[in-house]
Design a protein around this ligand. Structure first.
Ligand SMILES: Nc1nc2c(c(=O)[nH]1)N[C@H]1C(S)=C(S)[C@@H](COP(=O)(O)O)O[C@H]1N2
Ligand SMILES: [Mo]
Length: 377
């Protein structure tokens, strides 16, 4: 059996487990609709047309794993805390759960979502639109856990380690996050949308970094270590960096000319539009919008390539760094192929650009999203 096939089977078993518990008739069908990107390890994006709910169901949530999860045995699992702390040691899941619970409903988007839309093309997972979702994460505050351990003032970066282990000489997915950000907003989550955190999404514990790209959201956490310096290694010094001044394709950058990818760029997608419509008859267009800023100020759509814009209605449901669903009654004024596009503006005034900035790793693609509607007279 080829290696990929073994991995795929193992994943299907793992992915099926929480579904069996939940016994939702819709769940197996939802999982079948996921668009698998490759066999090793497991990368699957959600079809855009299914991302219509405020809270993305667990079964539909995209999966991005660099390596096969080596799922910790929940009975033996411990979170080790060491580094620049007064009291290093291990904490069990039940001890952790005794701390005050914290909850955040927010967007998780892979930094590479939309990479497959860049031209010229880039190596890496060819994500289109669906490496994003909005979930309710429950756990404990990073701040509370670290206060327990007594973080020294010298600590500036939280080194985070998961239990996944790459083969051979492949570099491990070891990362660090600026301590200031995780002390302000970070959550160690053990539940997702009211269910135990699924294995594919990092059980028993993962890091939530609201507003920041998915590479910071370490899954299968086993160790936290506050340190003075950022973590070294391939996934800090080479991958997940964005050029300070993006250049033309083919231009190589030195590490100091790049900064880590952190906040998400403002972005909106159209999830629902009719393939066919009638001129002078209203139809409904829907979508979502999010940003690295805590809120979305407005979403507009255009049917004349951005010459004029119509403001959409924002759904009242909202949490900091969550997405906003939006809808609009659009009345086509003429027949023919009409190209619709959407653009979002966030609470800091950032406006989604017509063209995302091409960058060497294909991160944070946020171009206007165009959808064609055939309008008959
Ligand atoms: N331990 C570990 N954590 C990880 C990863 C990984 O490969 N290993 N992938 C990261 C990346 S790049 C993303 S986009 C998110 C994806 O989370 P999801 O699979 O729950 O959607 O997890 C992050 N956390
Ligand atoms: Mo990612």
């Amino acid at each position: 059996m080829p290696f990929d096939e073994i991995d795929r089977r193992r994943f299907l078993l793992l992915a099926a487990a929480p579904l069996l518990v939940a016994q939702k008739a819709v769940a197996p069908r939802a999982r079948e609709s996921m668009l698998q990107m490759n066999g090793y390890a497991v990368n699957a994006e959600t079809p855009l047309a299914l991302l219509t709910e405020y809270v993305t169901p667990n079964e539909l949530f995209f999966v991005r794993s660099h390596w096969i999860p080596r799922t910790p045995n929940p009975k033996k699992w411990r979170l080790t805390i060491d580094g620049e702390v007064d009291r290093s040691g291990d904490i069990t899941l039940s001890e952790l759960k005794k701390l005050p619970h914290a909850e955040a409903t927010c967007v998780l988007q892979c930094a590479g979502n939309g990479r497959g839309l860049y031209s010229p093309p880039l190596p890496g997972v060819q994500w289109r639109y669906g490496a994003v979702g909005n979930s309710r994460w429950t756990g404990v505050r990073v701040r509370d856990v670290l206060e327990h351990a007594g973080v020294k003032p010298s600590a500036k970066h939280l080194h985070v380690f998961g239990s996944d282990d790459p083969p051979g000489k492949v570099p491990p997915f070891h990362r660090s996050v600026e301590l200031e950000k995780v002390l302000a907003d970070g959550i160690l989550a053990f539940a997702m949308n009211g269910e135990p955190l699924p294995v594919a999404h990092g059980a028993p514990l993962r890091l939530i970094v609201p507003g920041w790209a998915g590479d910071h959201w370490m899954k299968w956490l086993v160790r936290l270590s506050p340190q003075a310096e950022a973590q070294k290694g391939f996934y800090m010094e080479t991958a997940y960096r964005y050029p300070l001044t993006p250049g033309a394709p083919g231009v190589a950058f030195k590490p100091e000319e790049m900064a880590p990818v952190t906040e998400l760029f403002v972005k909106s997608n159209i999830t629902t539009a009719p393939a066919k419509a009638r001129a002078k008859h209203a139809c409904e267009i829907r979508g979502f919008a999010f940003s690295g800023a805590p809120d979305i100020a407005k979403v507009e759509i255009s049917d004349d390539d951005g010459a004029t814009w119509q403001e959409t209605s924002l759904d009242p449901r909202h949490d900091p760094y969550a997405w906003r669903l939006w809808s609009h009654h659009w009345t086509p004024s003429r027949s023919g192929t009409v190209r619709l596009c959407a653009r979002a503006t966030d609470s800091r005034g950032n406006v989604q650009p017509r063209e995302a900035t091409w960058n060497q790793s294909g991160y944070l693609q946020n171009s206007w999203h165009f959808v064609d509607v055939e309008v008959t007279a």
